[in-house]
Design a binder for this molecule. Structure first.
Ligand SMILES: [Zn+2]
Ligand SMILES: [Zn+2]
Length: 177
């Protein structure tokens, strides 16, 4: 039963739909599972360069967890620390979760938007600007970066924009704070 302090979450906004298919994401990019039925939810991420979407994916929770398991322990710890210390979960899809710069204020061409979703609902949306995304890339080990590169190579045709690899969110879908 829903408590009064947890109003039902908004629907997934069009900016988190697939640009490529021009509709909401229906399937996990990695395993093909139907997202709407997937208990545990899923993550959508879209990377923009010069204002254009260059990479987009949806990951079911199972795939997100199994990719995270391939990350080195050191990378996981650094990411968890960074997300606890520096990432604000309440800046939404318009302002960088780390530095607070606004996407709609004009000079942000490179950024990644991420939605933590379940069914057709958006539980959390966040944005990370290119500069803050670069800082995150510095935190992770080469082997962890390779895990990502394999995911991109296996799932996307053509040369991947290697400097635009979005990271899976470490945060669980349902936050307690
Ligand atoms: Zn999957
Ligand atoms: Zn930023």
């Amino acid at each position: 039963m829903d408590s009064p302090d947890s109003p039902s979450p908004p629907p997934i906004p069009p900016e988190l739909h697939s640009d490529y298919e021009e509709r909401p994401f229906h399937h996990c990019t990695r395993c093909g599972e139907t997202l709407a039925d997937f208990t545990g939810g899923f993550q959508i991420s879209k990377a923009y360069k010069k204002g254009e979407c260059v990479l987009e994916y949806a990951l079911c929770d199972h795939c997100r967890m199994s990719m995270m398991q391939e990350f080195s322990n050191e990378s996981k710890q650094r990411l968890a620390h960074f997300q606890n210390e520096a990432v604000h979960m309440d800046h939404g899809l318009t302002h960088c979760a780390v530095c607070g710069n606004g996407r709609l204020e004009g000079c942000m061409d490179d950024f990644v938007i991420t939605g933590l979703c379940e069914g057709t609902a958006l539980h959390h949306g966040l944005l990370m600007c290119g500069d803050c995304g670069d800082a995150v890339q510095e935190l992770i080990s080469v082997s962890t970066r390779d895990t990502w590169r394999r995911f991109v190579d296996d799932n996307f045709p053509g040369p991947p924009p290697s400097d635009a690899l979005p990271l899976p969110e470490h945060h669980p879908l349902h936050l307690n704070h």
